[in-house]
Design a protein. Structure first.
Length: 206
């Protein structure tokens, strides 16, 4: 699955003098999506329509709303763009300001779909992956050089470094077995490794 590369992005397209302003939001839950929609509609109360579509939970939750446009001409094509790009955890709101020229059902479908397509292409996307999460504990004598090695690896994401009596590296790695074998060689086994489940990481979208 993929998601947008930024937390929020807005762009505008114009079709026969009607303005279609698409705002994309990253959202992690249904309640957050509803709050974003309510806030957006309140801020854009003077618009002709504020149509919405969102995908959550890896595609398990999909919703759309036409907000007064003819049924199926706004929310559905917006949702189809998100689904077609294999996106998740994304809310799209297209705010339309009517320009005086009716577009017809087909024109509306194309306009709303194009508005979301343009926003997604401009915002960019990242791939989402679930990586094992580990905590590596090392003494201060090894911590400095180990941190440099960890940051240099493309298959490791250093989430946090905690300094106490020892140094704890909270990290995610693409392959726990490969990483632990490498770590054993680098430290001669003088570190403690503790699994901590999994964490979602962002990767360049192919």
């Amino acid at each position: 699955m993929r998601t947008i590369a930024v937390e929020e992005y807005t762009c505008e397209t114009v079709v026969n003098r009607s303005r279609f302003v698409c705002t994309l939001y990253r959202v992690g839950a249904e309640a957050e999506a509803r709050e974003r929609i309510a806030s957006h509609r309140k801020a854009n109360w003077d618009a002709t329509h504020n149509c919405t579509a969102h995908v959550l939970d890896g595609g398990g939750v999909q919703r759309s709303a036409d907000d007064g446009e003819p049924a199926g001409t706004a929310g559905a094509p917006m949702l189809e763009v998100l689904r077609g790009r294999d996106l998740t955890d994304v809310l799209a709101v297209v705010t339309r300001y009517f320009g005086g020229v009716k577009l017809g059902a087909g024109g509306l479908v194309r306009a709303y779909g194009a508005a979301v397509t343009a926003a997604v292409e401009q915002a960019g996307v990242v791939a989402l992956a679930s990586w094992p999460r580990l905590v590596v504990t090392a003494d201060y004598g090894r911590a400095g050089s180990l941190e440099g090695l960890l940051r240099a690896r493309g298959d490791v994401r250093l989430l946090q470094v905690v300094y106490g009596g020892v140094v704890e590296f909270d990290l995610a790695c693409a392959d726990a077995e490969v990483f632990e074998d490498w770590l054993l060689v680098q430290t001669s086994g003088a570190v403690l490794v503790e699994p901590r489940g999994a964490v979602r990481v962002e990767l360049p979208a192919g």
